[in-house]
Design a protein around this ligand. Structure first.
Ligand code: ZN
Ligand code: ZN
Length: 385
């Protein structure tokens, strides 16, 4: 946690004088001018922003593969995979393409000299069970065509691909909208044919999929499954964003990305909500929030014990924090929203003069398991100048 100084100037003066503080509560930084998604790194790892589930005209999508690369660059992504359906080819008459690796080659070429990893992938598209799955880090998509429902997964495994069970809760295949681990899925897990599961797909989230991920040690994933345009589908002009998987890798290479996925180092960002394992999720939230400054408020007779705490949020998430009630607040009830890429003022009532104190919050828009929200703490130092 950053140490801070006490500011004993009056409120307005202090706001004007906070060096480097470009915004205060209610204002947002310049990052909204760009649509690039921003998250801090966490100790020991780089945070790679990834979307491994996307479509083009090479299956039932509406765009050429280069458009997926341009969108990814605009969104500041670190890695993508284009995962056209192997078995569903509605544009086949207009765009015949016997080589199922061609979409990857076009995207890879478009990303030449750009800071974007393009990973070969394909979507295995079957009735439930097993449903749909993405095979990524796939050397040859052609070899997956025409195999039966289990054999296609065995071939993906033989090739060393990384397999994600897609939208297990999709109401078109699971009419009550829940993810169900069938006998076939259990057999596939036993054979090591699935490594990850989407708990988020496009505009949907599944508690049951999250539980399946936790119970079976599958990596927690989320993706856009975009078919048309990211900008329209996720309403970027009104502050929306595509769902992404944040992957915590030692470096930005395919090998490190794969190692991170295999070891379950992910957090999903979906609809202003973070979902992931506690150790990575808490680390990400803690790295997002800093106490930028503090200011002890003045009374007529000298200092009051009310302290203004300026919390900077260096991420794209508007954190919704519930006070854990060590101290109550002067300017908020027990729920505080700390806006993305901005500084939020919070006036705390320690009731006596304290050089340091802890703020403890439950992060309501973060999940480590169904209905389970992680706790974070922020150390505040009010040492007087
Ligand atoms: Zn699908
Ligand atoms: Zn899909």
């Amino acid at each position: 946690m950053k140490r801070t100084q006490v500011w004993v100037l009056s409120g307005m003066t202090v706001l004007a004088s906070l060096s480097g503080m470009s915004q205060v509560e209610g204002q947002t930084s310049g990052s909204q001018e760009s649509r690039a998604i921003t998250f801090p790194d966490i100790p020991g790892y780089k945070t790679l922003i990834c979307d491994f589930h996307q479509h083009t005209v090479f299956s039932d999508g509406d765009v050429w593969p280069t458009v997926r690369v341009w969108e990814a660059l605009a969104d500041g992504l670190d890695a993508i995979s284009i995962t056209d359906h192997l078995e569903y080819q509605p544009h086949e008459e207009d765009i015949p393409h016997p080589d199922r690796n061609r979409v990857y080659q076009i995207a890879l070429e478009a990303a030449t000299d750009r800071d974007l990893l393009v990973i070969n992938g394909a979507e295995i598209t079957r009735d439930m069970p097993p449903g749909h799955a993405n095979a990524i880090f796939l050397p040859d998509a052609n070899k997956l065509v025409g195999l039966d429902s289990i054999e296609v997964f065995r071939e993906a495994k033989r090739q060393g691909a990384y397999v994600i069970w897609n939208h297990p809760h999709w109401y078109a295949q699971s009419p009550n909208g829940t993810a169900v681990l069938t006998k076939m899925h259990k057999q596939m897990l036993k054979e090591g044919l699935i490594q990850a599961i989407e708990v988020v797909n496009e505009h949907s989230y599944s508690d049951e999929a999250l539980k399946i991920a936790i119970d079976n040690k599958l990596t927690i994933m989320g993706a856009s499954d975009i078919h048309d345009m990211i900008e329209w589908q996720f309403n970027l002009k009104d502050g929306g964003h595509r769902p992404v998987t944040l992957v915590f890798a030692t470096e930005k290479t395919e090998e490190a990305l794969r190692d991170a996925l295999q070891n379950g180092r992910t957090v999903v960002w979906f609809d202003n909500t973070l979902i992931g394992k506690k150790e990575y999720l808490v680390s990400l939230v803690q790295q997002s929030l800093f106490i930028r400054q503090t200011q002890v408020m003045e009374s007529y007779n000298g200092k009051s014990t009310v302290v203004s705490v300026y919390i900077e949020n260096k991420s794209d998430v508007d954190y919704i924090l519930e006070n854990q009630k060590d101290y109550s607040f002067y300017d908020h009830a027990d729920i505080v929203t700390v806006k993305a890429n901005a500084v939020t003022m919070l006036q705390v009532k320690p009731l006596k003069e304290l050089k340091t104190f802890n703020l403890r919050f439950k992060v309501l828009n973060a999940l480590t398991a169904p209905n389970t929200h992680p706790l974070i703490s922020l150390n505040v130092y009010t040492t007087q100048n």
